[in-house]
Design a protein around this ligand. Structure first.
Ligand code: ZN
Ligand code: MN
Length: 441
């Protein structure tokens, strides 16, 4: 039997806006004293009315555009009703049938091995509070911190297009890079500002099975791999026994290295979605969308391609430079210095390789210093070979006794000559030794 994993992803990214999604509370919640960033709106007190955060809406559209999505001219918020202690209102303001962005794609792999992952939708919602399980006065209790409640959260949903863990891994890293490039979130999995919920099923006939298992509580790239590996094997084991896996939500327990049943999955209509009555529908003009599009910086793929054409770099080097916006900027500043010095494009390649291979600390070295340093070290290494040949000739003439010792088999004497040669050419040891050896043979 052929077992083919079929994986779709829901990724939640917390936006790094100053204030929360529907109120003026600070959105920062990491390492903040519990329940200090709250107000009647984000605590869901009676009579409090939500006002959408304009920046969060713009940033969601920006991400959608960066992912090649169509931006819906008409969009609205909906209530997703469910009970959980971290959800003060008893519902989450989210988007149901009119998300801000739809039908995008992200390409993973390169060249012949590239593959498009279809993005079904990108929508905006609010985050929930956080439960802390602690011991208070010798009692095991659960505490609720609402600082995170109401923080803007973007959800990016793919079609079930992934066929391997490697594809998932690559997509996540690429998505994280884009989000960071846009400067809309730290997208840090460890801090929870990027969260992942994969849905996994196993196909035995190439078709999409009628069930899927959704995984929760994954907070690092490493855990994502572990959880997917475990879950794929768990479902294959069920199929091997002749049974069928069922639709479930399971949580990943890293300590135990296994996924555990949380609940049998609700269908979407269990949430009784309905339009949020306190927020008017949104409408966007073409101009507004174009204006947001113009704010998108050059993204990593485009940047890498430009580095390859403009500076004749390998895709490996160009990708590494383009990966991190700070490194990319540093490289471009260095290129500027090279141009000002009217140096050759060879030096640009040297600078690129130097940044990538020697892991230059970009916070500590200004580009001008680096370029001059590389230039100098190249000049030191450039040696007049004729001069070196003459030097060796003279060295051998001045030490005829040693030379004849060596020719008579006292090879230890060669060390003395090498010592003298290295002392004269400390920066070109290999070359001078090899020339010396050639002469002596
Ligand atoms: Zn608030
Ligand atoms: Mn969500």
């Amino acid at each position: 039997m052929q077992y083919q994993p079929i994986i779709g992803l829901e990724v939640h990214v917390e936006l790094a806006t100053k204030s929360k999604m529907f109120c003026g509370c600070p959105a920062e919640h990491f390492g903040v004293e519990p329940n200090t960033h709250t107000c009647p709106v984000c605590l869901g007190l009676p009579g409090a009315l939500p006002v959408p955060n304009r920046k969060a809406v713009d940033w969601t559209i920006m991400l959608g555009l960066a992912l090649g999505c169509k931006i819906n001219e008409n969009s609205k918020f909906d209530r997703k009703n469910y009970f959980y202690p971290d959800l003060a209102k008893g519902y989450q303001i989210s988007q149901y049938d009119e998300p801000l962005c739809e039908s995008g794609a992200l390409t993973i792999g390169s060249g012949k091995n590239s593959k498009q992952i279809t993005i079904r939708r990108v929508h905006l919602e609010e985050d929930t509070g956080k439960l802390q399980h602690a011991q208070v006065n010798g009692e095991q209790v659960s505490l609720v911190d609402f600082n995170r409640g109401g923080v803007p959260l973007v959800e990016i949903v793919t079609e079930p297009d992934f066929r391997s863990i490697e594809e998932v891994d690559e997509y996540l890293k690429k998505l994280q890079k884009i989000v960071r490039y846009l400067g809309i979130s730290g997208a840090d999995m460890e801090k929870g500002s990027m969260r992942l919920e994969p849905s996994i099923s196993i196909s035995t006939d190439g078709k999409l099975p009628a069930y899927r298992v959704e995984l929760k509580n994954i907070n690092s790239f490493r855990f994502a791999r572990h959880a997917l590996e475990f879950e794929i094997q768990r479902q294959i084991n069920i199929l091997e026994k002749g049974d069928k896996p069922t639709q479930q939500t399971r949580g990943w327990n890293e300590a135990k290295g296994e996924t555990m049943l949380q609940r049998d999955k609700e269908e979407a209509n269990d949430y009784r979605y309905f339009p949020e009555p306190d927020i008017p529908p949104m409408r966007f003009s073409r101009e507004q969308i174009i204006n947001i599009k113009n704010q998108i910086p050059e993204l990593p793929d485009a940047k890498s391609a430009r580095f390859q054409t403009d500076f004749d770099l390998t895709d490996y080097t160009a990708n590494l430079l383009a990966d991190d916006p700070e490194i990319a900027k540093y490289f471009e500043e260095s290129v500027q210095v090279v141009k000002e010095l009217k140096e050759t494009s060879d030096l640009i390649k040297d600078v690129a390789n130097w940044i990538v291979n020697k892991r230059v600390d970009v916070a500590d070295t200004v580009p001008g210093q680096l370029v001059k340093f590389i230039l100098k070290s190249k000049q030191v290494n450039q040696v007049d070979e004729n001069e070196m040949d003459e030097f060796i000739q003279k060295l051998l003439e001045e030490n005829q006794q040693l030379v004849s010792d060596i020719k008579n088999g006292k090879t230890a004497a060669i060390g003395v000559l090498i010592g003298k040669a290295i002392k004269h050419y400390p920066n070109n040891k290999d070359l001078v030794i090899s020339k010396l050896n050639t002469k002596l043979n």
